[in-house]
Write a protein that binds this ligand. Structure first.
Ligand code: FMN
Length: 190
């Protein structure tokens, strides 16, 4: 069934009108955004050339990201956004695939490692390789192996849209939740 909604003409802004300049400072914007509770993911991809013989450097990079969201069921699409200044940004641009790992409440150490860790973030991280050859983190609540379908530069971030080739999940574990700059988990209300 097709859903045709035509808003009254007076509610549609004319296309030539641009956004007004913000009437707030960035910290205020960040505080408002932080009220939105999200899950936490670690997104992993391949780092070609990073593996040097027997050195501790792994062949992978990964970052903590709370910007993950669903886009489409058919085809199966997800999105997340990456800061342009992230050192791993060139690798996420160039790679054909990445894995989105949804963290469980008992993975706060993993979250911090992939947000702030120096050196090889995989050295103390347990994982298995998925069909794309990329790390699926042990203990993740869910994982999505994605083809790097498209990228959209917007402001100081790039929105990545991934086409999900394979996914999996576990039942029973609680999610890691990020809200107001703090970590928690869910409490059922219904
Ligand atoms: C809870 C949390 C959520 C984050 N979400 C994002 C995100 O969605 N996108 C992003 O670019 N950085 C995000 N970050 C920051 C990155 O994890 C961090 O800047 C990144 O690991 C930098 O790594 P790199 O410079 O080595 O690539 C988040 C950090 C935390 C602690």
């Amino acid at each position: 069934m097709q859903f045709n909604y035509h808003p009254p003409m007076h509610q549609v802004p004319p296309p030539h009108i641009k956004a007004l300049s913000p009437d707030f400072e960035t910290p205020h914007f960040k505080q408002a955004l932080s009220r939105f509770a999200t899950g936490v993911t670690v997104i992993t991809t391949f780092a070609p050339g990073a593996h040097k013989g027997d050195s501790v450097s792994s062949s992978f990079v990964g970052i903590t990201a709370s910007s993950f969201n669903s886009v489409s069921l058919t085809p199966p699409l997800v999105l997340w956004s990456l800061g342009q200044s992230a050192s791993s940004a060139p690798l996420f641009h160039a790679g054909t695939h990445y894995v989105v790992n949804v963290l469980a409440a008992d993975q706060l150490d993993v979250c911090n490692r992939f947000a702030f860790g120096k050196g090889d973030r995989f050295a103390d991280t347990a994982y298995t390789l998925g069909a794309s050859g990329l790390p699926i983190l042990d203990g993740a609540l869910a994982w999505f192996e994605c083809h790097n379908r498209s990228r959209h530069e917007e402001g100081d971030h790039v929105i990545f849209v991934g086409e999900v080739e394979r996914c999996g999940f576990s039942d029973g574990s609680a999610p890691l939740v990020y809200q107001g700059g703090r970590f928690s988990t869910t409490v059922a209300l219904s």
